[in-house]
Design a protein around this ligand. Structure first.
Ligand code: F0G
Length: 362
């Protein structure tokens, strides 16, 4: 890559170069990267004041990854390892973000990509990405769980690589998020708040925190607080949900692939998996944008909605550090944003009317 005049702080290496020693790669692994990772851990003091002034709240803004979600951390690994193994094609089921990421990294690697989406249930920005990157985009008349079952069957029978989080390299890449948080804070947070859908990401973060702990890089572990949308909460209820429903389409999942691992993260960390309603998600989504200037997609706001709910229940008895993972960018789902935000004001090009509307008097 062409050398750019950057300061070390400006340099983004991509997670494979950044954490090479912690990842199952060798010199023979072609590194397919868009320089993902190194996302900011943004202090959120206004949110903390609104939620519980005892808490120090940070937002891990994963929407600033190259395709706008945390999936890029896992996809750089999955596509690099697929290429190392000589794969010519990959496939995934997706609520949209995995697909967008798989499509982009496949384009960069020069391999074929196919994605199966639940028809009518994927946010516009995500569909546009998969299409633009040249993936074969198939919308099925079914939900995410149906799509995942189909791609598992297809990859069992045909030589095409599965790049859902069942692919262990996805988890390996995504654990880098935990490393980054510890590298910035010096230790893990006391509480790690995260949306839970197919449950790969909570699994990955827990793995990352444990690896740093076991290597002696950190001296303790966080409590994992996972949040499912109330209408799509199989882990919380303890049984699959046949027809999951929520406005947070990214986590509209009724039978998560990493169910048992998410339970292990919850139980081994002494944390919990709780539910948040769509109204609670939308309140947090709006608060993030208006109080902190951070725009995430609705599913991401589940982490903050959950922290809010948990704080209100009196769970936090002493000062604590909480990191909320904001998994995807707000621009992924512009339709939801304009539906819940204040309305546009239509005016003629008339200075008087504009000043009047702004409440500015001469
Ligand atoms: N937040 C966003 C924005 C997501 O896209 C997803 C999952 C999650 C949270 C939940 O993460 O599945 O690891 O528990 N999206 C997947 C997809 C299912 O297809 O893009 P998880």
């Amino acid at each position: 890559m062409e050398a750019l005049a950057t300061t070390p702080a400006m340099r983004r290496a991509g997670i494979i170069e950044q954490y090479r020693d912690w990842l199952p790669v060798t010199d023979a692994t072609p590194v397919i990267t868009l320089l993902e990772g190194s996302t900011p851990l943004i202090p959120a003091p206004a949110l903390a004041r609104a939620i519980d002034p005892k808490l120090k709240v940070y937002l891990k803004y994963e929407g600033l990854n190259p395709t706008g979600s945390f999936k890029d951390r896992g996809m750089t690994m999955a596509i690099s390892k697929a290429c190392e193994a000589g794969a010519k094609a990959v496939i995934c089921a997706s609520t949209g973000n995995t697909a967008a990421s798989a499509a982009a990294y496949s384009a960069r690697a020069g391999i074929q990509c196919a994605v199966l989406l639940p028809k009518g249930e994927v946010a516009l920005g995500k569909v546009s990405q998969s299409l633009m990157h040249g993936a074969k985009v198939i919308a099925i008349d079914g939900n995410f769980d149906d799509a995942l079952r189909l791609v598992r069957e297809i990859t069992d029978e045909y030589p095409i690589e599965l790049v859902n989080s069942l692919n262990p390299y996805r988890i390996e890449g995504q654990k880098s998020g935990a490393f980054e948080i510890c590298d910035v804070l010096g230790e893990p947070p006391d509480f790690h708040c995260i949306p839970v859908g197919n449950a790969g990401n909570i699994t990955a973060y827990w793995k990352g925190y444990n690896e740093y702990f076991q290597a002696g890089v950190t001296q303790r572990l966080p409590k994992m607080l996972g949040y499912q949308a109330a209408g799509s909460a199989p882990i919380y209820y303890g049984h699959p949900i046949a027809e999951p429903d929520t406005i947070a389409t990214a986590i509209r999942i009724g039978n998560p692939a990493s169910w048992k691992k998410a339970e292990a993260a919850r139980d081994d960390s002494g944390g919990m998996i709780d539910i948040v309603t769509d109204d609670e998600i939308l309140e947090a989504y709006t608060m993030l944008a208006s109080l902190e200037g951070v725009f995430c997609e609705p599913a991401s706001a589940a982490s903050v909605a959950g922290l809010y709910k948990t704080a209100k229940s009196g769970y936090f008895t002493e000062p604590a550090t909480c990191v909320c993972i904001l998994t995807g960018h707000g621009l992924k789902d512009p339709t939801r944003a304009v539906a819940v935000a204040p309305q546009l004001i239509d005016l003629p090009p008339d200075k008087g009317r504009i000043l009047e509307t702004l409440g500015i008097s001469a």
